[in-house]
Design a binder for this molecule. Structure first.
Ligand SMILES: C[S@@+](CC[C@H](N)C(=O)[O-])C[C@H]1O[C@@H](n2cnc3c(N)ncnc32)[C@H](O)[C@@H]1O
Length: 211
């Protein structure tokens, strides 16, 4: 697969019209996903890992990896001592690649934006990388992530910067803070997420604490 084919997989998932097309796009990309995004200079893992390490000690209980994909973040976290990881994702193909890495205790097929099959306060913390972006999981996903994360637990996630401003994320994140559901602890400046492929795409990482 040459670089233009690699870019086509990225374009396909960005242009999906619904969850079915999105999951199909990722199912078809799964086995080449790591090679492709790493060749694009995927920058979010470094920023996420740094913020997670800043706020969440490795032994604080079960961490949810929401939209775990092929487990790129899980792999790094496991290496840094975060062994109590549960992953969810809507793409069976991505979960199957993650399964081979054997870094999550459990990997489950679930869709953010819908009701999640977990009890209230199931997780000590929640992380989500690369999932709140064009045509992917909606801002309403945060209601369920807050419900299943324990009070005082951190929720740390990336959001594409244009999607944050234009597709209801800023409003939703601010509204949840006003309602006393979570408090903002830190947010990064926008940075290039895929600098070698699409330098125009900027992301931010947010760290919230559930109230
Ligand atoms: C860009 S990939 C990121 C995967 C991984 N977190 C990473 O950073 O490499 C986006 C992932 O989110 C998943 N995804 C997108 N929308 C979702 C939703 N509504 N619910 C669950 N997973 C979703 C996709 O299947 C895909 O695995």
């Amino acid at each position: 697969m040459d670089l233009s084919d690699r870019s086509k997989c990225l374009e396909k998932v960005y242009s999906a019209r619904n969850n079915e097309e999105l999951a199909e796009g990722y199912d078809g990309w799964a086995k080449d996903y790591d090679r492709d995004v790493l060749s694009f200079g995927y920058k979010i893992p470094a920023i996420m890992t740094c913020l997670i390490g800043r706020y969440i000690p490795p032994d604080t209980g079960t961490m949810l990896d929401a939209g775990a994909g092929t487990g790129i973040l899980g792999e790094t976290l496991a290496l840094m001592g975060y062994k109590d990881l549960v992953g969810i994702d809507m793409s069976q193909g991505m979960l199957e690649v993650a399964q081979k890495k054997d870094v999550h205790k459990k990997l489950l097929k679930m869709t953010l934006g819908e009701e999640l099959d977990f009890l209230d306060n199931s997780f000590a913390s929640t992380v989500s990388m690369g999932v709140f972006t064009q045509g992917h999981a909606p801002p309403e996903s945060f209601d369920e992530l807050i419900r299943i994360t324990k009070p005082d637990g951190y929720i740390i996630f990336s959001v594409r910067a244009d999607v944050y401003l234009e597709q209801g994320f800023k409003e939703k994140q601010d509204a949840l803070e006003k309602e006393g559901k979570w408090r903002l602890i830190e947010k990064t400046e926008p940075f290039r997420a895929l600098p070698l492929e699409d330098p125009e795409i900027l992301n931010r990482v947010f760290a919230y604490r559930v109230s």
